[in-house]
Design a protein around this ligand. Structure first.
Ligand SMILES: O=C(O)CCC(=O)C(=O)O
Ligand SMILES: [Fe+2]
Length: 365
């Protein structure tokens, strides 16, 4: 038996005590990065995924659309809404490279601090909306993923800045401001694409509920046997993501012959990756699509960094209901989903495993 940062690698998985190994890994408080730092040459069993789809194989001719937001408005509306309908994913070119690089470097710097510094922030119950941990669903998923994350609830109530790790504090606050501007622009385009006013989604408070996750995917000794992030859809309205140049994000794409393949979302310098979440699929009554995606475990020497902001409605409460937008429902196009409160929606999400597609199915009529 060999020990990697407190995680036992058993010769025989038959007598492997998974619960104890998870606890030991979690209590080390240094994440997957800690295992990497220990020089591990094999994958600890808690990270081993029994069945993995092939790592790649997308036809090289297929790629997620990239949209230039400086195009004339009607063109931008047409392209963004077509991409949200046909792909559920697209990239937008925003030309704010210095801010992108600065933010990614700050997140990298947090995760690469000495173990004793970053472990002080490690927690599974976010204090004041900020936490650092590995695998938000560590104790619920059947196999862990090769990834650590800082999570920040940015809205409707922003965190006390003092709770954000100093090494990335200023950068993440500036990034949130930038992302809100991008989110407003995109929600405007997608609202217009539904035939509504540009202010529809923003008026429904969809810019207000924001969770930012700053992922770090260390190089992996056996990338074929695990994932960086298991396949899932995002529950919220819209996700805005910035990634570094390493790559590994893939979306599940249905070919003309009905077969699914994984398509790489190639890093494009200065581009943001945008995707439709389950709630926008429901609100748009299936006009826009929430698509499954995953991240491969990094086979490169370099760790991968990405930062995703999930936009959700900030208006909650037991008398505020979400469901297909009334303007999109008619006798010809009946509602495909029932209405629900955000409490019910998020409760359903947290009950399931992150890797399931059950949220949209759960509310289907
Ligand atoms: O790291 C990425 O590229 C994807 C992250 C993601 O899908 C998520 O956090 O939901
Ligand atoms: Fe996601």
């Amino acid at each position: 038996m060999k020990t990697n940062a407190g995680v036992k690698v058993m010769a025989s998985p038959d007598n492997f005590d998974r619960a104890a190994a998870l606890k030991e890994f979690d209590e080390a408080k240094t994440g997957v990065r800690g295992i990497f730092e220990s020089g591990a040459t094999t994958l600890p069993p808690i990270f081993r995924h029994p069945v993995l789809r092939p790592r790649s194989s997308s036809p090289s001719s297929v790629s997620v659309p990239t949209i230039d937001l400086s195009l004339p408005r009607p063109d931008a509306v047409a392209l963004a809404s077509a991409a949200a309908r046909d792909w559920g994913f697209f990239q937008v070119v925003n030309h704010n490279l210095p801010l992108f690089d600065r933010t990614i470097s700050a997140v990298r710097a947090f995760h690469e601090q000495p173990p004793s510094v970053r472990s002080a922030f490690y927690s599974r119950s976010p204090e004041g909306g900020v936490s650092y941990s590995s695998n938000v669903d560590l104790y619920r998923s059947s196999a862990a993923s090769w990834r650590d994350t800082i999570q920040l609830v940015m809205g409707p109530t922003p965190p006390d800045p003092a709770r954000i790790p100093p090494v990335c504090r200023e950068e993440l606050l500036a990034w949130d401001e930038h992302v809100v501007k991008v989110g407003r622009e995109l929600m405007g385009l997608l609202s217009e694409g539904l035939g509504a006013d540009a202010g529809l989604l923003e008026g429904m408070s969809c810019l207000e509920g924001r969770v930012m996750v700053c992922h770090y995917y260390p190089p992996c000794p056996e990338p074929e046997s695990t994932v960086g992030l298991a396949e899932h859809t995002d529950p919220g309205v819209l996700t805005v993501l910035v990634q570094d140049s390493v790559g590994g994000l893939q979306i599940k794409w249905k070919q003309d012959d009905g077969e699914f393949v994984w398509v790489d979302v190639h890093p494009v310098p200065g581009a943001l990756v945008i995707n439709v979440g389950d709630l926008l699929q429901i609100m748009s009554n299936d006009t826009y699509k929430s698509v499954e995606h995953r991240v491969l475990a990094s086979s490169h020497q370099q760790a991968r960094v990405s930062i995703a902001t999930f936009f959700n409605p900030g208006k909650r409460g037991e008398s505020v209901f979400y469901g297909p937008l009334p303007a999109l429902v008619s006798p010809d196009k009946p509602a495909k989903y029932r209405n629900f409160t955000m409490t019910e929606f998020m409760g359903t999400f947290f009950k399931g495993q992150l890797a399931s597609r059950s949220l949209v199915e759960h509310f289907k009529l």
